[in-house]
Design a protein around this ligand. Structure first.
Ligand code: ASP
Length: 596
């Protein structure tokens, strides 16, 4: 029986007891159906929820007969009357007080046998869910994520509009941008042998917008980076990208804080305190061993190099004599840090390139503290000094790490994060936002024996550090800022160089010759000569914000049609081979490695 589904009176999650007695039309998918002593019950579902339909053979024999043929995910429309469920109320669902006494049903479209059950996918593989993403989308959890994503993006756009940012669209078919990852290339047909690069970010274009007088630019934009995919990377991802003229760091940071506040309000109805705390890169490295610290828990690093100088422990002494240091973390909760656990941690440190994880357990003996386990014998002479310097007490474990500053930071950061999980120190539902400032402008790459930008080559050095560019480049601090949320870098940006001489100086420090700079970035260098205002900006990865706010396990969960770890789209199977005529059009010849 055809039913005017376009005249549906309600969505499937809307009806309540107050509508009892009303005549309604609903449409949706069959979530479940079951026969009960003559009656047939069907839950009909759409993106708002489910409603129970009751088919009574006495009242509507035709409809009842049809209902018995239904399968999950058939598309139906029904007419009927809202009835109170009386003693059969189901408090677990919002529509649980009512059901529909169905008068007529229209089976609009049948569903073939499903690759997995939408209402209970169980342990269906992610590949399978992504292959049939349209079925996956029907699940309430996935709907929740994408509606939250929409709310967050809308909050961003509203905020930008309220604050006079102009949305300017920047091209996808363009030239290399300066983020430093590998480009995705697109061959040109009309200029054979030449290639566009897909943008790794709109960096140069947004700077040109500032030089062009837009004053404030914002765009929610797709970016492309051909990186080896780690668990939390996607080849194409979405950035909230912005740029402002006549600003200093604090102005950009304040704009981001305002925007992030709106995002939290929209997604989670949470009021976030502003301004966010700031920490310098140096301090972050000293206290946490990493430049994106998680401040939801303690376990901070303490430098004990001076104390360790006085021990006979060769490993420590050698590290110190080689210009390194010794830092440590003190953890309470000895009962959880069993031998098995600490041995496991030591193995993990070896797994990431370390040589081990010296540790001592603190206990009390006749009123004084003493050390036990592995390296204890070397550290006895400094027991009191060490314990009082790091505030250790009986029952604590002290994890020590010798080495260069970077090594010590890397391993103790790892230990710190693992300990927080082992000791269950990470509070639920806490959002610690933090700015990290004063990054080094450049870092030395030992393998390539040259300086690399920490951010990108358009990032401005701090004015007072410019002279150091000639004498001690590693000491030059930049006007860059990163925003960190619960230990994850969520946004990064900087005040840019608006002076062509400084820009050339940075290029030469990075070993980028004048010709190369011109070949790559001529249009920006040109623009810097024609009255570039001071400007700066930032970009944040929208996908990652949605992932954390929706508590999703992976970026793939929050991207509608994501790629797998192998950069394949499971839905379309892209990338695929193309036909010979297509290659001929582009004057391309393949030179593939022999099949393995
Ligand atoms: N373009 C930079 C990035 O994508 C962000 C910025 O400096 O604004 O990482």
């Amino acid at each position: 029986m055809p039913i005017a589904y376009n005249k549906r009176t309600h969505l499937c999650g809307q009806l309540r007891a107050a509508q009892t007695g009303e005549q309604i039309i609903l449409a949706g998918w069959v979530n479940t159906s079951r026969d009960h002593g003559g009656m047939t019950f069907v839950d009909v579902r759409d993106h708002t929820g489910i409603t129970q339909l009751r088919f009574n053979p006495e009242v509507a024999p035709e409809a009842h007969k049809a209902a018995r043929t239904l399968h999950n995910e058939d598309v139906i429309a029904v007419t009927g009357k809202v009835a109170h469920r009386g003693e059969w109320v189901n408090p677990k669902i919002p529509t649980g007080e009512i059901e529909i006494e169905v008068a007529e049903i229209d089976i609009i479209n049948r569903c073939e046998p499903l690759p997995f059950q939408v209402n209970d996918p169980g342990d269906t593989s992610e590949d399978m869910r992504l292959r049939y993403r349209f079925l996956d989308f029907r699940r309430p959890e996935i709907q929740r994520i994408f509606r939250m994503r929409h709310a967050i993006a809308k909050a961003v756009r509203d905020y930008m509009d309220d604050n006079n940012f102009v949305e300017v669209e920047t091209p996808f078919l363009t030239k290399s941008t300066p983020e430093g990852a590998r480009d995705y290339l697109v061959p040109s047909r009309v200029r054979p042998g030449t290639f566009y690069a897909l943008p790794q970010s709109p960096q140069i274009f947004k700077q040109l917008c500032m030089i062009g007088g837009f004053d404030r630019y914002a765009q929610i934009v797709r970016c492309f980076r051909d990186e080896d995919l780690r668990a939390d990377r996607q080849p194409e991802f979405t950035q909230v990208d912005l740029e402002m003229a006549f600003v200093e760091s604090g102005d950009v940071m304040a704009a981001v804080e305002g925007c992030v506040g709106k995002m939290f309000k929209a997604a989670l109805d949470i009021d976030i305190d502003t301004p966010f705390p700031c920490i310098t890169y140096e301090e972050a490295m000293d206290r946490f061993g990493c430049d994106a610290p998680d401040t939801r828990f303690g376990l901070e690093l303490t430098d004990v190099t001076d104390i360790m100088k006085e021990t006979d422990f060769k490993v420590f002494r050698e590290a110190i004599e080689n210009g390194g240091l010794v830092r440590c973390i003190v953890a309470s909760g000895g009962e959880k840090l069993t031998r098995k656990v600490t041995d496991g941690l030591t193995e993990e440190i070896r797994g990431i390139g370390g040589t081990g994880l010296p540790l001592v357990k603190v206990s009390e003996d006749n009123g004084s503290l003493k050390f036990s386990t592995g390296v204890a014998k070397f550290l006895h002479p400094v027991c009191d000094r060490l314990c009082s310097a790091v505030g250790a007490k009986a029952g604590d474990t002290i994890f020590l790490m010798p080495g260069s500053r970077d090594e010590v930071g890397k391993y103790l950061h790892y230990v710190r994060t693992r300990l927080a999980r082992i000791l269950d120190l990470i509070p639920d539902d806490q959002w610690n936002l933090l700015w990290v400032l004063d990054f080094p402008l450049v870092v030395w790459d030992e393998e390539e024996k040259r300086w690399f930008s920490t951010h990108h080559p358009f990032t401005a050095p701090r004015d007072e550090d410019i002279p150091l560019m000639d004498t001690d480049p590693g000491k030059v601090r930049s006007k860059a800022y990163d925003l960190v949320l619960n230990g994850t870098e969520m946004a990064g940006g900087s005040i840019r160089i608006h002076n062509k001489d400084v820009q050339n100086k940075v290029f030469s420090l990075l070993g980028i010759s004048e010709e190369e700079a011109h070949a790559k970035f001529e249009f920006l260098l040109d623009a810097l000569r024609f009255g570039a205002p001071p400007h700066g900006g930032i970009a944040f990865g929208l996908d990652r914000w949605v992932m954390l706010m929706s508590k999703s396990a992976s970026l793939r969960d929050v991207i509608a049609f994501p790629k797998t770890q192998r950069a394949v789209c499971p839905l379309t199977n892209a990338p695929t081979e193309v036909s010979q005529p297509q290659l001929d059009d582009l004057f391309l010849k393949l030179n593939l490695p022999p099949a393995k």
